[in-house]
Design a protein. Structure first.
Length: 435
């Protein structure tokens, strides 16, 4: 019911687009309790207890860049989210109005404490959120929140000085990865990366993945596109062994280090197949003025998807490859490859997202997943607001895509309803074998 109200409020701002969504379909879509394939919820923290585990590479450390219009400071979407989530009564951001909102949020946090994040999910019509975080903690508990840890750090056991020197964003990102590797080394009971690659895989990489699995992880996440290209070559083990050991005497060249990373990445992907964890890959343009968009083209992942050794591993292209969304449609033909449309749903307008969803649904509807990428971007757009924008836009875009397919005689109304359920929850339920 609550969600129906949210959608009605949203309809105000998206009036033109909303008017062409079939009303029965819109009502059904609003009712479906979703599984959110990818998000960064923040632990409800009171007082000085601050949560920094919502991302391994936090975007606050980046140089300023030209942000997409919809997520810029001052976007009217934030006001819509405040109205829907926190009963905000104003159409402006006057300081005393914003102060009232802050007090309301604080009051809700104090009232609900560890139940706050669950309450947010209820407002968003989300039953289960895959929480892509460094660690979980009080207030983000299964079954509502399921863990997706980061594994990039394991790919960088050698000196990262040359890679970090490329620009200030990379410098901050590699420092973050080095800190996380230190954490994984410590948790694995070693002080530094062991002398040989075999020992490193045996004593650090596999135990870290197994630890994550034991702690409830259903998938692992790579933010590799922020650090390097998504082209992961199939490097012979002997060559990787040589590069790893050789680096004790002389730092590896960038080309050699890339090969070592490629080998470790594929090793992790294969291990994830064995352990039954899906591999999530950021495959889309990303934040920042130095982000290498061409290096994030999902077509670069094709050799990986085509490797028979990795057919037991399920891969999910997060953010659906934007702007390479048509390439993503073609890649969905691989039996173990999926995509979600997160990030697009707060960066882009519903009609643009609808076109993408339609193209995928016309090709491989079992592989399409709903996701928000709810993220604490700023004080005014935290994960609650970003989640609201993404879920509202996502449901509307899905409604538009299905309505158009129905009107063009491609599918019946019953099939449209079935597809809505598949995208919003059933595809994810099957992929992660959720009850
Ligand atoms: Zn994300």
């Amino acid at each position: 019911m609550r969600i129906a109200c949210i959608v009605l409020i949203a309809a105000g701002r998206f009036a033109a687009a909303q008017s062409s969504v079939d009303s029965q379909l819109a009502a059904e879509i609003a009712k479906i309790k979703a599984i959110d394939n990818h998000a960064h919820p923040v632990r409800p923290a009171l007082g000085s207890d601050k949560d920094n585990d919502y991302d391994a590479l936090r975007v606050e450390s980046m140089e300023p860049y030209t942000e997409p219009v919809r997520t810029r400071e001052g976007t009217p979407l934030v006001l819509d989210a405040w109205r829907a989530l926190f009963g905000y009564r104003y159409t402006d951001r006057a300081p005393d109005h914003v102060r009232e909102l802050r007090d309301r949020k604080k009051q809700l946090l104090e009232e609900k404490r560890d139940g706050y994040a669950n309450w947010v999910l209820d407002q968003l019509g989300i039953e289960t959120m895959l929480a892509n975080r460094v660690a979980m903690g009080p207030g983000l508990a299964a079954p509502r929140f399921l863990w997706v840890p980061f594994e990039d750090a394991l790919m960088y056991p050698l000196s990262n000085a040359t890679l970090a020197a490329r620009n200030s964003d990379r410098k901050a990102f590699y420092a973050d990865e080095e800190r996380l590797l230190q954490r994984y080394l410590k948790e694995s009971g070693v002080k530094e990366p062991p002398a040989t690659l075999d020992l490193y895989l045996q004593k650090v990489v596999t135990p870290t993945l197994e630890r994550h699995k034991r702690a409830g992880a259903i998938a692992v996440k790579f933010e590799a596109a922020y650090l390097r290209s998504l082209s992961f070559e199939d490097v012979p083990r002997a060559e990787a062994v040589r590069i790893y050991s050789g680096a004790h005497a002389l730092p590896a060249t960038e080309a050699a280090y890339t090969k070592l990373q490629d080998f470790i990445f594929r090793y992790i992907a294969e291990e994830c197949g064995r352990l039954g964890m899906a591999v999530h890959i950021h495959a889309a343009a990303g934040a920042g003025g130095y982000f290498h968009i061409a290096g994030a083209n999902p077509l670069l992942l094709e050799p990986l998807f085509n490797d028979p050794k990795l057919r037991k591993t399920n891969f999910v292209m997060l953010h659906g490859g934007w702007p390479f969304t048509r390439e993503v449609a073609a890649l969905l033909a691989k039996p173990n490859v999926y995509a979600d449309f997160s990030e697009q749903t707060f960066m882009n307008y519903p009609r643009a997202v609808a076109q993408v969803i339609r193209e995928w649904l016309e090709y491989a509807p079992e592989k399409v997943l709903f996701a928000t990428d709810a993220y604490p971007f700023s004080d005014e757009m935290s994960w609650e607001e970003a989640g609201w924008v993404a879920t509202t836009t996502g449901r509307e875009a899905l409604g538009l895509a299905l309505t158009e397919m129905m009107r063009d005689g491609e599918i019946t109304r019953d099939r449209a309803l079935e597809l809505a359920g598949m995208v919003l929850r059933d595809n994810a339920r099957k992929l992660y074998q959720l009850k």
